[in-house]
Design a protein around this ligand. Sequence first.
Ligand code: S3P
Length: 172
Amino acid sequence: MKDNVILIGFMGCGKTSVGIRLSYSLKRTIIDTDKWIEKKQNMTVSEIFAKEGEQAFRQMETDCIKELINTADRQIISTGGGLPVKEENHVLLKALGRVYYLKVTPETVYERLKDDTTRPLLQGADPKARIEELLLKREPLYEKCADVIIEVSDKSFDEIIAEIMKEEGKER
Ligand code: S3P
């Protein structure tokens, strides 16, 4: 197993923001699977969804993780919110490192993303209902995939980072 720290969780749970702060604390670089895919495809995630469809994007996510198993070590990997939905990705994520699930409430997600235009899955007429529906469906999969679950809705970044550092055996 590789020694990466992997962050999973629903859109808006703070994977990217936590990942960036964690990269300072752990002195590791960060890879974001969405950005990795965007760079490789030379398109934004929204463009990929519009032009190639969600299924094609999901295959790109699996390909990304497979490639990271060969190339990434001692890094932080922030994943797209839908990546753990495909159960075949669980084995791949576990091979890549320790999986931290940043667990968030639907209310917090809605507050954070109600004006967001970059998440194609939340652009419908009722984003609040969509968040609730998707989160309900995904929660068991995130939990199944996780080595560590961290509730993040009512915590500061400092508290979240401290919990992860403790798990990593590095108390601050
Ligand atoms: C998605 C989450 C997004 C991005 C895409 C699909 C999802 O990533 O991969 O829009 O299915 O939950 P973030 O979780 O970084 O927003």
